[in-house]
Design a protein. Sequence first.
Length: 52
Amino acid sequence: MPLVVAGISVLIPLLLMTRLRLNGFAALLLVAVGVGIVQGIPPERIPDVLNL
């Protein structure tokens, strides 16, 4: 499962940046939050994890 999530997390920012013309930083941040939620990190801990 983590390998599938990693593969999808590479494709999603590409689609966000090319199709939706979203800023690269914003796309990566959205994907990082999404991966955190999918991997089971509680939403209130995600800012702490991203701050590392």
